[in-house]
Design a protein around this ligand. Structure first.
Ligand code: PAN
Ligand code: ZN
Length: 193
């Protein structure tokens, strides 16, 4: 049998409730409101006005108890509530994995998109229930709700990958996603005003 610096956890049965966005047994629950997303939307004054008002929840991340340590595969369910800031759809902060490793997303509910950027190239994957979005090593990723209902997906990622949010602040994400009638449009990335 192998020896490990950190012993693996025991096998687990985890129940995924796609309609509720829960994992049972549950781990930490993260809630991101507009006040947590300073400088991310193009129209920063619009974000600030809303954050200073009712400060709506933009997304939640419900994790399983699998820890973020080497060799484990943590999972989480992200739910992005519908809405827009200055016409730009609700989205996650976005991050790069400092230890470049792959990640998979599985669409569970609603309509969304997975925006990927490697510093030069930008890709966009439309997401819906049953679709797997594959994030190769080295691609920063951000999720966007392009519909009128909550957009929800399961993420599975290597526990040692880490999360670098500064990379996206520095390099941007290549595109921004705006409401366009009943659909959406991908605009060139612009710095927040
Ligand atoms: C996801 C994201 C989650 C929230 O679980 O962490 O959707 O997005 P931000 O972390 O960018 O706020 C994932 O990609 N984990 O690696
Ligand atoms: Zn990730």
């Amino acid at each position: 049998m192998s020896t490990y610096a950190t012993p693996p956890i025991n096998p687990l049965r985890i129940a995924l409730a796609a309609a509720q966005g829960t994992l049972t047994p549950e781990g930490p629950l993260l809630t991101r409101r507009l006040s947590d997303l300073e400088g991310l939307f193009a129209d920063e004054p619009a974000r600030k006005r809303a954050a200073d008002g009712d400060d709506p929840v933009v997304y939640t991340v419900a994790a399983s108890p699998v820890p973020e340590v080497a060799r484990e595969l943590p999972q989480s369910v992200t739910t992005i509530l519908p809405g827009a800031v200055g016409g730009e759809f609700h989205m996650t902060k976005g991050h790069q994995h400092p230890d470049p490793q792959g990640e998979i997303y599985l669409g569970l509910a609603g309509r969304g998109g997975l925006l990927l950027h490697d510093g030069t190239r930008t890709e966009w994957i439309e997401m819906e229930p049953g679709v797997i979005g594959y994030i190769p090593p080295g691609w920063a990723h951000r999720s966007v709700n392009i519909g009128d209902e909550p957009y929800r997906f399961l993420a599975v990622y290597p526990g040692s990958a880490g999360h670098d949010y500064g990379w996206v602040v520095k390099h941007g994400m290549g595109r921004r996603v705006f409401r366009d009638g009943a659909s959406y449009t991908l605009a060139p990335f612009s710095a927040a005003t």
